[in-house]
Design a protein around this ligand. Sequence first.
Ligand SMILES: *Cc1c(COP(=O)(O)O)cnc(C)c1O
Length: 497
Amino acid sequence: MNLLYKSTRNSEKKVTASEAILKGLAEDGGLFVPEQIPTLDVTMEELKNMTYQETAYAVMKQFLTDFTEEELKHCIDSAYDSKFDTEVIAPLVKVGDVYHLELFHGATIAFKDMALSILPHLMTTSAKKNHVTKDIVILTATSGDTGKAAMAGFADVPGTKIIVFYPKNGVSRVQEMQMVTQKGANTSVVAIHGNFDNAQSGVKALFEDQVLAKELDAAGYQFSSANSINIGRLVPQVVYYVYAYAKLLQNDEIQSGEKINVTVPTGNFGNILAAYYAKQMGVPINKLICASNENKVLFDFFRTGTYDKNREFVLTSSPSMDILISSNLERLIYTIAGQDGQKNAELMDALKSSGAYEITKEMKAKLDDFVGGYATEEQTAQAIHDTYKRTGYVMDTHTAVASCVCAQYREESGDETKCLIASTASPYKFVGSVMRAIDAEYAGRDEFELVDELEKLSQVAVPNAVKEIRDAKILHTRECDADKMKETVKEILEIEV
Ligand SMILES: *Cc1c(COP(=O)(O)O)cnc(C)c1O
């Protein structure tokens, strides 16, 4: 069966998977969604014995139906190889009475590697399939992790350039060093004077700018996106929820058909949406627990049905979740609006003009699968501290938000369903905050000094991603104001300003 994709703002026009990947965002500003979510066509019994790569093929082939078996397998094998520091790619670790799905064993030690190690291959394959001759310019806004993971994937890939915008004072020291030391003649990094939402809105505006599109075209370029608005990011993320369930089954941690809860530390709503898609494919998932930090727009949304970004933006110790406009939520809104592109477009227009929208009662009733929760900075630090003292396991700040919200939910609801936590970053990436949470004595120390302390304490070897940047040369120093992103892109691409 051939699965087509349509925009969340207009259900008329349909494109193939490879076209959706190439475009990134639909021309009307909407996000591409599959016409329907396919049902898994392999059983859990079969999945139980599959490797990560085999699972990836079983899941992705149902979404990317215009890729041949050879093409898709080539993409998968090129992505999930020795760039990961473990053969199982995404290990499942039991910590106390919950299961952590460690998604940070790739090149840049955050979960973004799970999708961004394959996206460049999906993109270049899609370009070939659609006879694209122009260079693809990947434009990316990052709250810290996407930027590095995308550059690691696209560096020196022929026919591509990548430009990353990150908030100047909104990322950890390790994250910033990872980005500004990135090699590859086709990579550019820009620190913007603003926050992540400014970067993301700016990038979206560039995508929608038809004048710029013409200028790019004349210069031999076309834009695409490596943000999770690209369906090519989302589909590979469905894989690890299927894989995790099958492994829980294989390890006799659950019985066949037993439901599990999944808690996801959430920013742009991509990762948890992938879990929702996995549930729709048939994975026995009960509740999807959406964990926020103090930027708790989503918590308020699930409670009240009103999405309201008009509030103070808080810089937290989990910077990859410091987001007030969760772009992938649009895909869920579209679904609960009964796939009504016009209704969704009205709400998104309201969000753009007034910063808020309210969903109908009928729509809210369809959100039963989700539970929202949030953790304060203090609770997050406490979770890291307590888990370390109790079990010896060291979590990063984002994972700690999820761990905390998962425990709150259990206590408040009495729901004892077994819980999977999406563990999204290595503690080494946020070593300053992590060590301070473990012991206040570490406060104020240099992050790179603390790396060695963390190694002693956690007995987990310092990852290559951190070793590499210790002595690496800074290669990118470009900065710009949030309203000068267009000029900056033209400068980088050497298009007349
Ligand atoms: C990006 C990121 C998140 C948020 O994921 P979304 O898909 O944007 O919701 C959480 N934790 C870490 C470490 C991240 O890099």
